[in-house]
Design a protein around this ligand. Structure first.
Ligand code: AMP
Ligand code: MG
Length: 329
């Protein structure tokens, strides 16, 4: 034992080197930081992982597996599809359907997907709701079965977090144990840095205007956690003085419209954090607080607008979450 310790701390030992890789994926940026003995840069490998991922799960790539499944040209799932679908279905059940990957027809009709916004009458919403619902689709021997062939899936609410996990697992297969993989604000962090410190993350406060500069007010220090944020303050459109969120309530078929402005969720992995964050936007402030406080594996940071006033914000941090201010650092 003593020998091992002496070798590990000996003068010849070099501490792992910090590597940062950046690029774009899924219409947003990514930033990956890790510590590796030789400082090996895995840029090409990461980009090709993302490419595989898109070929499987992108709704924007017309030839992706997901697009073909949505057009009923294919039923056989690949490993990405199977994993993301299975987790999506579990979280749909847990959240009483607040998270629901079958919302795609509604997402498209409301103008947040890949097609033009439709004229959204109550009849139109009702007709689309007939084939929205996670119970209408399941896997059987690796094949996707639909109760109604108009059912279409959208993994945008879970894919960024899952992709971060996929990259993280790939890095682990290369012997990397300390990393932060971030895709458009959603991330997974593992391990502690060589100096023993955790990963420090800034939590953004929503701005009143979509293009307002980012500001950081609080920080958290994490290891071995996923973190994802959903919010309608950066992605929405206005019509007749109303803001339309890109999160759809699968029960009503309408974009959510309530005080909750953004939900940041900490979960054991990226895929879960991403899905719960979206679900929380559907559940609203009170529903999310009730949900998160019952769960030992989740923490949340919620920002809400004062009723009838979208310029004044409050926040809620779940009981186990330790927020640090600039002075604490
Ligand atoms: P996120 O930013 O992770 O909350 O994902 C938002 C995206 O997920 C939207 O742009 C839609 O494509 C999709 N989406 C909207 N509402 C839901 C929902 N209730 N459940 C699952 N996905 C949704
Ligand atoms: Mg999400």
């Amino acid at each position: 034992m003593l020998l091992v310790l002496l070798t590990a701390c000996g003068p010849l030992d070099r501490s792992p080197q910090r590597v940062n890789i950046r690029g774009t994926v899924f219409g947003t940026y990514y930033s990956i930081t890790y510590y590796e003995d030789e400082g090996t840069v895995f840029h090409d490998a990461v980009d090709s992982l993302f490419q595989d991922f898109n070929r499987s799960l992108s709704i924007y790539d017309k030839e992706s597996l997901l697009s073909r499944i949505n057009r009923n040209e294919e039923t056989k799932a690949d490993q990405y599809f199977e994993m993301v679908f299975t987790r999506a279905q579990e979280i749909s059940r847990e959240t009483g359907g607040a998270f629901d990957a079958t919302v795609l027809p509604l997402v498209n009709a409301w103008g947040f997907g890949f097609s033009e916004r439709a004229d959204m009458t109550a009849e139109k919403v009702d007709s689309l709701l007939q084939f929205v619902g996670y119970e209408k689709v399941w896997l059987e021997d690796g094949h996707l079965v639909k109760e109604d062939d108009r059912v279409q899936l959208d993994f945008n609410a879970i894919a960024k977090g899952y992709a971060a996990d996929v990259v993280g697992s790939w890095l682990e297969s290369k012997g990397v144990i300390t990393y932060l993989v971030e895709i458009g604000g959603d991330l997974v962090a593992r391990g502690v840095k060589p100096d023993g410190s955790k990963w420090r993350i800034g939590l953004e406060v929503p701005a009143g205007e979509m293009d307002a500069a980012q500001e950081w007010t609080y920080f958290v220090e994490i290891r071995d956690s996923g973190l994802a944020t959903s919010g309608d303050y950066r992605r929405y459109y206005e019509k007749d003085g109303r803001r339309y969120s890109h999160t759809i309530d699968p029960e009503t078929g309408h974009p959510v419209d309530h005080q909750l402005m953004s939900a940041s969720v900490f979960a054991p992995d990226g895929i879960s954090a991403d899905a719960y964050a979206t679900a929380f936007m559907v559940m609203g402030l009170e529903g999310s607080i009730e949900f998160v406080e019952k769960r030992n594996d989740l923490e949340a940071y919620l920002i809400f607008a004062a009723p009838d006033d979208t310029e004044t914000y409050g926040y809620y941090a779940s009981t186990g979450l330790e927020l640090l201010s600039r002075e604490d650092l």
